[in-house]
Ligand binder design. Structure first.
Ligand SMILES: Nc1ncnc2c1ncn2[C@@H]1O[C@H](COP(=O)(O)OP(=O)(O)OP(=O)(O)O)[C@@H](O)[C@H]1O
Length: 301
């Protein structure tokens, strides 16, 4: 494990913000940190980065206390974005690069490469204040990883991005991970978290209530629904009356849906095929990370 948090706790003026948080992240993997507003995500992140001291517990990066390591080991995209509005993009990124140990020429070269990658090659001489929110976010993202940190920590990297820029950020995420960077990020957009993360942790009311590999968490859930594209009449004919009574039709008529609970799905599919029914789609639907999250924080409808 590269990043290891052991029993980390923090209170502000006697009020607990995080309590006994322990999790670990493997090198070159993505960890999604989830939680409702005020759950304790930013506090956890600030402690990992030694911006704030924990009351108890320890943070290790590659077996060494994270606070003892050189600052450029880490990269950070803060929740409250911290750019200088009256500086030009190039000047600003070179400054951040220099603060993280790059030479002027390396910082300039890397800035040009990243501005290209983020599809804003002509923005080097623009003032930050003249950029749209999404483009400012690109600059902040570049600032956090221009120096090639081993661990990149991103607090809400997708907030305020349009769908095109969201896809762009996701592909850069994957490139960084392919290059060996470890990423920890927080997000309220759980579809992005499910798509990008190898593992996740959910903080609820200061405590870590779920952690693990996304694939394990998702596959541990039983299917809740069976979606079938076939004639409703034919499906009804093979179902027990009480199950047939529970059939629902998708509001755009794309499929019919039955509760999966107590149904032998394989047997049902075989019966449909044996009855000569044309089945163009048959799917067991399991809860998504979004559903699991809502269950854990007690907000499932
Ligand atoms: N500097 C501070 N002083 C006092 N209390 C704080 C401070 N920072 C955070 N808190 C409190 O600690 C708790 C955890 O806050 P934190 O910012 O870590 O949550 P979060 O999960 O990042 O929330 P959000 O999703 O809204 O950003 C909250 O109750 C918050 O009000």
């Amino acid at each position: 494990m590269s990043l290891v948090l052991s029993h980390v706790s923090k209170s502000y003026a006697g009020k607990c913000a995080i309590q006994d948080i322990s999790f670990s992240v493997k090198q070159g993997q993505v960890f999604g940190l989830l939680g409702l507003n005020g759950a304790g995500k930013s506090t956890t992140i600030r402690i990992i980065l030694d911006i704030m001291e924990a009351d108890a517990g320890q943070v290790l990066w590659r077996d060494r206390p994270a606070k003892a390591l050189p600052r450029p080991t880490f990269g950070y995209l803060p929740e409250e974005r911290g750019l200088y509005p009256n500086m030009k993009v190039m000047e600003q990124l070179v400054l951040f690069g220099r603060l993280n140990g790059l030479s002027i020429s390396a910082a300039t070269e890397r800035t040009n490469a990243w501005l290209n990658r983020f599809e804003i090659p002509d923005y080097a001489s623009k003032l930050v204040r003249d950029l749209s929110k999404g483009n400012q976010q690109k600059i902040q993202f570049i600032a956090s990883m221009l120096h090639g940190p081993e661990l990149l920590i991103l607090d809400e990297p997708f907030s305020g991005l349009d769908p095109v820029n969201t896809s762009l950020f996701k592909s850069v995420f994957r490139e960084l991970v392919d290059g060996g960077t470890t990423i920890l990020f927080s997000s309220h957009q759980l579809d992005h978290v499910e798509e990008l993360s190898h593992s996740v942790g959910i903080i609820h009311q200061s405590n870590l209530v779920l952690k693990g590999a996304v694939s394990d968490i998702l596959s541990a859930e039983q299917p809740t629904e069976i979606r079938i594209c076939a004639s409703e009449e034919a499906v009804r004919a093979v179902l027990a009356p009480d199950v047939a009574a529970a059939i629902q039709t998708d509001k755009r008529d794309r499929w019919i849906s039955i509760p999966a609970n107590g149904i032998d799905a394989e047997k049902l599919l075989k019966e449909l095929i044996d009855s000569g029914t044309m089945v163009s789609h048959f799917e067991l639907v399991r809860p998504t990370l979004h559903d699991i999250f809502l269950g854990k924080v007690g907000k499932l409808g």
